[in-house]
Ligand binder design. Structure first.
Ligand code: NAD
Length: 496
């Protein structure tokens, strides 16, 4: 079965067709036990269509297909040059269909079309190209020990990799996981978020068109507690890569430990600090700090949701970021309409969650400086919100809200702010604004975070590793570290 959506919007006019089945062994199939999931348009709350929901039985089929492909057409049977060529083709096809993918992403998650196209799709294409470049450059080392012995260290793929992705950046998360796994010769069983399956399903068509052998990439849509759980505990899946919440990450780690002890990489939540010193270029700091927490309606693992501002510039910064938040709220609306800068939250569950955090902030004595309310009565829109008078022990200062809500704090000294910034169980990202590069680097060194941006909020570069300190995760994606994480070292000792 297929679903065609006709877009007739200011941003995109054209049709997009997705297959709503499961993609297993190079073919579209119905689930063994035949479940369905409704996909909702978050800008209106209306059902768009239904897609198939798999179960454990479908994961078993996908794993069998992947194993066969690993032995016969991929893994050691596919030279690096071939892997590079096919991943490169995937990038070209994504680029060729970029408007259609951006439109599907916007429709499904409510992301502003231009942001989906110029940020999410652009980075996805770049990631695929970066790892296509690695595919024929993976090599081991020779250890020359004595004239009686030589040692070889080879890097080998794991085999079947399970990949589980969230809803906040569906296609970019898929690119981040699929590209390094394929470049290193692994085969894949991927489960997208059940809320946002559209671009994952359309991506499967590109896998066929690029010429990947059947079974190399399998996409099994379905719920976390069924398909996700089955992937995490599958005895023949050799590695799991997960992006999502810390709560789910713990469950996956337990399932992996209780089954076959497969290695697990976890990209989890955050409560990232933004630090603005007196000597910052204030307009730049405001621009980046606002983008750093309000982009994608705050639904970013790297959201700079605690903003610490040095006392000399506090009032000016607060006025400016509040104006930016208000302007963004004024430009909320249909993600496809001209001039829209702010879309809806992904779901009713999320909007309720965000509003309950806003209520808890108020109840604990914080002040809503701007925002704090829903916008309109259709869809799931929330006004970008800035809190002041926030105490570091309040819930809104400690927990990940995953919405367009930030708290602005005042600080005096560098030592004080480093301690405040690190006072969290998370450690995904951090942002530092200062025109003094020595201070910028000194503070970056002192922060407990996997990625630190100095004078920007831009953290995604395919050639640099990405991942969390503390409870923000285990392992790294992107960069050379991703190649290491999708391969295991084999030492061969040769007696001469
Ligand atoms: P989630 O944990 O609810 O779901 C993520 C994925 O896990 C989905 O595909 C879901 O179906 C699946 N899942 C749910 N229960 C499962 C289970 N028991 N076993 C296996 N799989 C299961 O997260 P979400 O709400 O989709 O995404 C938001 C969260 O993701 C936030 O906490 C955010 O910080 C985090 N995130 C992290 C990064 C990062 O790179 N660190 C990036 C994006 C999002």
């Amino acid at each position: 079965p297929t679903y065609t959506h006709q877009f007739n919007t200011a941003a995109y006019k054209g049709a997009a067709t997705i297959n709503t089945g499961l993609f297993i062994d190079g073919e579209w199939v119905a689930p063994v036990e035949g479940g369905e999931i409704e996909v909702i348009n978050p800008a209106t709350g209306a059902v768009i269509t239904k897609v198939s929901a798999g179960t454990k039985a479908d994961v078993d089929k996908a794993v069998a297909a992947a194993k066969k492909a690993f032995k016969t057409t991929w893994g050691s049977k596919a030279p690096g040059a071939l892997r590079a060529k096919l991943i490169g083709k995937l990038a070209d096809l994504l680029e060729k269909n970029v408007d259609e993918f951006a439109a599907l992403e916007s429709l499904n998650i409510g992301k502003v079309f231009a942001h989906a196209k110029h940020m999410d799709l652009a980075i996805s294409i770049t990631i695929l190209r970066y790892f296509a470049g690695w595919a024929d450059k993976i090599h081991g080392t020779t250890i020359e020990s004595t004239d009686a012995k030589v040692g070889l260290v080879q890097r080998e793929p794991y085999g079947v990799c399970g990949q589980i992705t969230p809803w906040n950046g569906p296609i970019a998360m898929i690119a981040m996981k699929v590209a390094p796994a394929l470049a290193t010769g692994n085969v894949i069983v991927l489960k997208p978020s059940e809320i946002t399956p559209f671009t994952a399903l359309r991506f499967a068509d590109l896998v066929v068109e690029a010429g990947f052998p059947p079974g190399v990439v399998n996409i099994v849509n379905g719920f976390g507690h069924t398909v996700g759980q089955a992937i995490a505990e599958h005895p023949q899946i050799s590695k799991v890569a997960f992006t999502g919440s810390t709560v789910t990450g713990r469950k996956i780690l337990k399932a992996a430990a209780d089954s076959n002890l497969k290695p697990v990489s976890l990209e989890l939540g955050g409560k990232s600090p933004t630090i603005v010193f007196d000597d910052a270029d204030l307009d730049q700091a405001v621009k980046w700090a606002a983008a750093g927490v309000f982009s994608n309606m705050g639904q970013m693992c790297v959201a700079g949701s605690r903003i610490f501002v040095q006392e000399g510039v506090y009032d000016e910064f607060l006025a400016k970021i509040s104006a930016a938040a208000k302007a963004l709220g004024d430009a909320a609306g249909d993600p496809f309409a001209e001039g829209t800068q702010h879309g809806p939250q992904i779901s009713k569950t999320q909007v309720d969650r965000v509003m309950s955090y806003i209520e808890s902030g108020k109840a604990e004595g914080a002040t809503v400086h701007v925002g704090g309310v829903r916008i309109g009565d259709e869809g799931y829109f929330v006004q970008p919100t800035v809190f002041t008078d926030v105490n570091k022990d309040m819930k809104i200062a400690r927990e990940e809200i995953f919405g367009p809500v930030t708290a602005v704090f005042k600080f005096k000294t560098e030592e004080e702010v480093i301690e405040l910034a690190n006072d969290t169980v998370y450690g995904l990202a951090a942002y530092v604004f200062s025109e003094n590069i020595r201070r910028g680097l000194r503070v970056a060194n002192a922060l407990e975070a996997g990625s630190v941006a100095v004078n920007s909020a831009n953290l995604f570069d395919p050639s640099m590793p990405f991942g969390g300190y503390k409870q923000s995760g285990i392992g790294r994606e992107l960069g050379e570290q991703a190649i290491e994480s999708y391969t295991q070292a084999k030492s061969i000792h040769i007696n001469l």
